[in-house]
Design a protein around this ligand. Structure first.
Ligand SMILES: C[S@@+](CC[C@H](N)C(=O)[O-])C[C@H]1O[C@@H](n2cnc3c(N)ncnc32)[C@H](O)[C@@H]1O
Ligand code: SF4
Ligand code: SF4
Length: 496
C-alpha cells in the first residue's frame, strides 16, 4: 500500500507553529527534524522560504533603492513597463516615508501579507540611508511584518551589524559564481574604493565580499538565501559548486533562477542574444544542487515593486496616489491580520490531516515512470482556476515516490506583441510550448476548443479535480493514468 507522499526539498517542509500542519508533512518528519524551532518560526509564513507558505501568504517589495554599485550583464533598470514582471522593473520610486505608508496600506488591505522586502530596483546596500531608514520606521510602526533585503553582497560585510539591529532575519545574496574568471563574463565592473574595477579583478573583489558577507550573516544567525542566475554556457556547469560552497558556509536556501534576456530590455546579454535555460535544464540543475542544499523552486522573479501572492501582482491597486487617499488604522489591521493568519494555519492543518488519508489504497510499482502535470491555481494550494484565466501554471511531478513541486511556467511570455498577439490560436500555441514536457493540465474549467487542441498536442486537460488540494489531485490523476495503462506505454512517455 502506498500513501500519497508530498515530497520536497527541505525548504518546502516547514510548518506553521504547533506541529505538523503543513500540506508538506506527509513524508517529511525527517526533513522537519533538521530545523530548529527558531528556524521553523522564521520560515513557516514566509512565501519565499517555504513552498507551502507561498500558496497562502503574500509579500511586497518597496522600490526605495535606485542606485547600484556593480553592473551585471543581465540588468538594465532604465527599462520600465507597467505590464512586465521581472527584477529591476518598477513603476514608481518611493521615499522611505512613502514606502512605510505603502507597506502599512498593503498590510491593512492584504492581511495575508507577511513580508516586506527591499530588492531594488538597484542594490539596497548601495542605498543604505534609504534602506535602513525604511526598515527603522517599519520596525517601530509595523512590528508584525518580517523584513527582508536582497543584495549583490559587495557592501554586505559593512552592514551585517546594522542588519541585525532591525527586524531582519532573512537576507538574500545574489551569488552567480565563486570563480573570478567566470565572474568576469557576468560583471563588467564593480565600483570599489571610488573607482570602477573591471574584469577578473573586479569579479574577485565581489566574490570575496559576498563570501565574507555570507559568513558574517550566518554568524549573526540571519537566514541567508542565495540567488543564482543560470546562464547557459557561462555558469551552468559551475552552479552546483556554488551551491556546495554556500551550503558549507551555512546558507539556508539556494534559488537558481533562469536568465531573463530579450534584446528590447537593452541589457548586454539581451543584445548579445545570450539564451536562458530551458525548463528542463533548470530543473536538472536544481535537482543536481538539491542533493546538498535546500532549493527554492517557486521564485517568480518579481518586480522591485511587486505586491500580493507570488505570481499575482496587485501593485496597480497601491499607487502612491491611491494610498494617499487611504485611511489606515494599523492597530485594527494587526488584529485582523492575526485572525487571518490563524485561519490559514488552521486550514493548512486540516488539509494535511485529510491528505494523509487520501489514496492510501493505491500502490504504484517503483519502476513506474514519473509524470509532469501543469496546474491552474489562483492560490490556496488548490486546483481553482479556469484554464483560460491562467497567466502561469504550477508544474508538479508525480512518481511512485509521491508528488513534488517542480516549478512554475509563465504563459504570457510567449505572447510576443506581434500582429497575432491575443489571438486565441497563437496564444494557445504559446501555452502548449510553455507546458512542454507536461502530460496533463489540471484546472477548474476549460473550454471545448482549447481542450481539443491540448489533447492533440499530447497534454490531457482535466477539469475533474476543481477545488481539490493540488497534491491530492495530481496523485489521483497519476493513479488513474497508471490504472489506464498510460504509464507503461513507451509511446506516451515524456519527451521533453
Ligand atoms: C533586481 S535584483 C535587486 C537586488 C540586488 N541588486 C541583486 O542583484 O541581488 C533582484 C534579483 O534579480 C536578479 N535579476 C536581475 N535581472 C535579472 C535577469 N535579467 N534575469 C534573471 N535574474 C535577474 C538579480 O540577480 C537578483 O538576484
Ligand atoms: S546587482 Fe542587482 S541591481 Fe545591480 S546590476 Fe546586478 S541585478 Fe542589477
Ligand atoms: S523574487 Fe523570488 S525570492 Fe524575491 S519575493 Fe519574488 S518570489 Fe520571493
Amino acid at each position: 500500500m502506498l500513501e500519497l507522499k508530498v515530497l520536497g526539498d527541505h525548504s518546502e517542509t516547514e510548518v506553521p507553529q504547533g506541529g505538523c500542519s503543513s500540506g508538506s508533512c506527509g513524508s517529511t518528519d525527517d526533513q522537519l527534524s533538521h530545523l530548529s524551532e527558531s528556524v521553523r518560526q522564521r520560515v513557516f509564513n514566509h512565501p519565499c522560504y517555504s513552498e507551502q507558505a507561498h500558496h497562502h501568504f503574500a509579500r511586497m517589495h518597496v522600490a526605495v533603492a535606485p542606485a547600484c554599485n556593480i553592473q551585471c550583464n543581465y540588468c538594465n533598470r532604465k527599462y520600465d513597463c507597467a505590464n512586465e514582471s521581472r527584477p529591476g522593473v518598477v513603476s514608481e520610486l518611493l521615499t522611505p516615508k512613502q514606502a512605510v505608508k505603502k507597506t502599512m496600506a498593503v498590510a491593512a488591505n492584504i492581511p495575508q501579507m507577511t513580508v516586506l522586502g527591499i530588492a531594488g530596483p538597484g542594490d539596497p546596500l548601495a542605498n543604505p540611508n534609504k534602506t535602513f531608514s525604511t526598515f527603522r520606521m517599519l520596525t517601530e510602526q509595523a512590528p508584525d511584518i518580517k523584513l527582508c533585503v536582497s543584495t549583490n553582497g559587495l557592501a554586505l560585510p559593512d552592514y551585517a551589524d546594522e542588519l541585525t539591529k532591525h527586524n531582519i532575519d532573512h537576507v538574500t545574496i545574489t551569488i552567480n559564481c565563486v570563480d573570478p574568471e567566470i565572474g568576469a563574463k557576468i560583471y563588467p565592473w564593480v565600483f570599489w574604493n571610488n573607482k570602477r574595477v573591471r574584469g577578473v579583478e573586479g569579479a574577485k573583489i565581489l566574490i570575496d565580499r559576498q563570501q565574507e558577507g555570507l559568513e558574517k550573516l550566518v554568524e549573526r544567525d540571519i537566514l541567508v538565501k542565495v540567488n543564482s542566475v543560470m546562464l547557459p554556457g557561462i555558469n551552468d556547469k559551475h552552479l552546483a559548486e556554488v551551491s556546495r560552497v554556500v551550503k558549507s558556509k551555512g546558507a539556508f536556501l539556494h534559488n537558481v533562477m533562469p536568465l531573463i534576456a530579450e534584446p528590447e530590455h537593452g541589457t548586454y546579454f539581451g543584445l548579445m542574444e545570450q539564451r536562458g535555460p530551458t525548463p528542463k535544464e533548470l530543473q536538472e540543475l536544481q535537482d543536481e544542487c538539491s542533493g546538498d542544499m535546500n532549493m527554492m523552486r517557486h521564485c517568480r522573479q518579481c518586480r522591485a515593486d511587486a505586491v500580493g501572492l507570488l505570481g499575482e501582482d496587485r501593485g496597480a491597486e497601491f499607487t502612491m496616489e491611491k494610498i494617499e487617499a487611504m485611511e489606515i488604522d494599523y492597530e485594527a489591521a494587526m488584529v485582523k491580520r492575526k485572525k487571518v493568519h490563524d485561519a490559514i494555519n488552521a486550514e493548512l492543518a486540516k488539509a494535511t490531516t485529510q491528505s494523509q488519508s487520501v489514496n492510501a489504497d493505491h500502490a504504484i510499482p517503483a519502476e513506474t515512470r514519473p509524470v509532469l502535470m501543469a496546474i491552474a491555481s489562483q492560490g490556496g494550494g488548490l486546483v481553482n482556476q479556469h484554464f483560460g484565466h491562467a497567466k502561469e501554471f504550477l508544474v508538479y511531478e508525480a512518481s511512485p515516490e509521491g508528488v513534488r513541486f517542480i516549478s512554475h511556467r509563465k504563459t504570457d511570455l510567449y505572447c510576443t506583441g506581434g500582429d497575432t498577439c491575443g489571438d486565441g490560436d497563437s496564444l494557445l500555441g504559446g501555452i502548449i510550448k510553455a507546458l512542454e514536457g507536461c502530460e496533463a493540465v489540471l484546472c477548474s474549467k476549460i473550454g471545448y476548443e482549447p481542450w481539443e487542441t491540448l489533447e492533440s498536442a499530447g497534454i490531457m486537460p482535466n477539469g475533474e479535480h476543481a477545488m481539490e488540494k493540488i497534491e491530492d489531485a495530481v496523485w489521483a490523476v497519476y493513479v488513474e493514468m497508471y490504472q489506464n495503462g498510460k504509464l507503461t506505454d513507451n509511446q506516451t512517455q515524456m519527451t521533453a
